[in-house]
Design a protein. Sequence first.
Length: 241
Amino acid sequence: MFAKHNIMYGWRFSQGHYSSFELAMPEFDDFGQCEIVPAWQCEIQDVVGFSSSKSDLQQFTDLDQFAQARTPNWIEEITEENLLRNLAHSEIRIGNELHADTTTDHFCRYRWDGRTFLMNDGGSHHFAAARYIADKLNRKVYLNGKLKIYSINPSSVEALRERFDILVIDDSAEEQNQFHQAMKAFSATYLWRKLPPPHENSRAIFLPKNETRSRTVAANLKTAGTYDLAALLQAIVEQQT
């Protein structure tokens, strides 16, 4: 049987009623892919972000701004000693010149993006401070650990685009009710699924291309400027390296 993430929910006109239905979607079986490099090395300036922090990371455009705003006292001394003091913090668990990789933290990259992130359980402030000081000293600090490289399966995207127009609408109750009532009045089929963070306030609408009414809805929504998620997914897979 299909896992839950492969089940799509939707509405269609069937046997005289507009009713809900479920659809198994094999296109999502291998939609996301992950390659693991067990022993990988980079320089500390290569890391551009964290997975977690006690501070709100979305407030900052880069790690230097983060360090200046959140750790001003830790970066006052631009010295080798202060660099090593910050780097030695117990919550910096990724491998470096002071200690071996603990395997609890790891690196992450997305093939369509190319940047390197540290997936950390802690230590974001001291790491950012050490990185800032190292840059000012023009000092290389090499890190090592496991790297996970994520990508989107081009075959899955192609299969989805062959079957559906995929558009994005707001996930608010009011918006969903208006959309649903319009689709019901037009007897048009649609399926949906919520989008992951940071777009959890939106949902993807899947409109079957083999149904005339759904195609009409898709054309009208595109004309109105509704965001085309299928086009974005295609652009992403084309720029994956």
